[in-house]
Design a protein around this ligand. Sequence first.
Ligand code: FAD
Ligand code: EPU
Length: 349
Amino acid sequence: MSTAMPAWSLTENASLKALNTFHVDASAEQLLELHDPSLLPDVLAHPHVVGKPLLVLGCGSNVLLADNVPGTVLVFANRSIEELEHRADYTVVRAGAGVNWHGLVMWSLQNGLSGLENLALIPGTCGAAPIQNIGAYGVQVDEFIQAVDAWDRETGEWVRFDAEACAFGYRDSVFKHAPDRYLITAIELRLPLLHDLRLGYAGIAEEMQAMGVELPVAADVANAVIAIRRRKLPDPDVLGNAGSFFKNPVLPLEQVDVLLQQFPELPVYPADQDNRRKLSAAWLIEACGWKGFREGDAGVSPQHALVLVNHGTATGAELLALARRISASVLEKFGVPIEPEPRLIGAQW
Ligand code: FAD
Ligand code: EPU
C-alpha cells in the first residue's frame, strides 16, 4: 500500500537496498518521506507512525543494516539551500536536511564561498553531516556550523543547537550519543568569502602540482580532493561500501610510544588532546593481512584497508561478522581496540 498525502508519503514494506551504500538487501516496515519538516509533529502523531520505532536515514552511507528495520524509516526530502545573511567577509547559509552534502559544497564554491572545499565528494546528506562531524583532508564541518535545527523526540519540542552545544569531536557530536532522539531538519553554516586554503594534508599539494595549479583557489582544492578520493576509495555505486568502516584509534601518548618501539613504521598523527595521538586503522588492518580479503561477497577493499565492501549479495550480518574478525585480529596483534564508524542497525558491536 502506498498512501500519498500532502508534503509526505508513506510506503509499506519498502526495500532499503538503494537507501544504504553497502547495498545490503534489507527492508523497512514502512518508509516515510517528508518534504516539509514543519509537519514533523503531526506526522509523528499519525496513527501509522505513533508508538512504532523510528530511524532516520539520509543516504545510508554511514550505516550497516544488520537486519530488516522494524517500524518507520524517515527520510527528509527538504532540499532547499538559502542564503540568510550577507556580511563583508562571510555568508550564512541554511541547508535542508535532505540536501546532498557534495551538492552543497559545489553550490558554495559556485557562489564564491569557501571553507567546504576539502569536504568535497563526501557522500550523504546535510542533515547527517553534524552527526559524526564529517571530516576529510584536514577539515571538519564543525569549523563552519553555526546552528543545527532539530525536533527533540524526548521533549516533543523544536530545539536549536549552537556549535558549542553540538559538542563536536573527531567523528563525534552530542547527536551521536542520543541516536534517534534529535531529528535534524536543517543546518546553518557560516561560510567565509576568503580564507586560508588548507593544503597540508598528505597528497593535496602533490595533486595540485600534477594538475598544473600554481596559485590555487578553493575550487582547485576541491578538484584535487575529488581526484584523490576517486583514486583511493571505491565508488559505492560500483562496489557497496560505507567509507571507513573503523574510526582511527586515539590512544594515550605512553601507549603509542610502547607500540612505536615494536613497530617503528607505525604512522602516528596528532589528536584533539596534546597527550593523545591518532593511529591509522587502515595501517593496523593491512598489517594484519586483511587488505583485499574476500569471503563470499563480504570483503575488504584492495584499494583501502579501512573500507569493507559488499561484492554483491553480502548480508549485513556477514559484513558485521567480518568486521568483528578484523577488529579481534588488530586487538590481538597490537593490543589496540578499533570501533566501527558506521552506525550498526539491528545489532550491537
Ligand atoms: P546515514 O548513513 O543515512 O545516517 C548516518 C547516521 O545519522 C544514522 O545514525 C542516522 O540515523 C543519522 N541521521 C541521518 N540523517 C539524520 C537526520 N536528518 N536527523 C537525525 N539523524 C540523522 N565520512 C566522513 O566524515 N569523511 C569522509 O571522508 C567520508 N568518506 C566516505 C566515503 C564513502 C565512499 C562513503 C560511502 C562514506 C564516507 N563517509 C565519510 C561517511 C558518510 O559519508 C558520512 O557519515 C555522512 O555524513 C552520512 O550521511 P548519510 O546522509 O548517508 O547518513
Ligand atoms: N593506509 C594503509 N593502508 C591502506 C590505506 C591507508 O596503511 O590501505 C595508511 C597510510 O599510512 C596512509 C594512512 O593510512 O597514509 C591514512 O590514509 P588516508 O589518508 O586514506 O586516511 P584514513 O585515516 O584512512 C581518514 C578518514 C576518511 C577521510 C580521510 C581523508 C577516518 C576513520 N577516516 O581515513 O574518512 O576521507 O582520512 O581525510 O577518520 C570516512 O570517515 O568514511 C572516511 C572515508
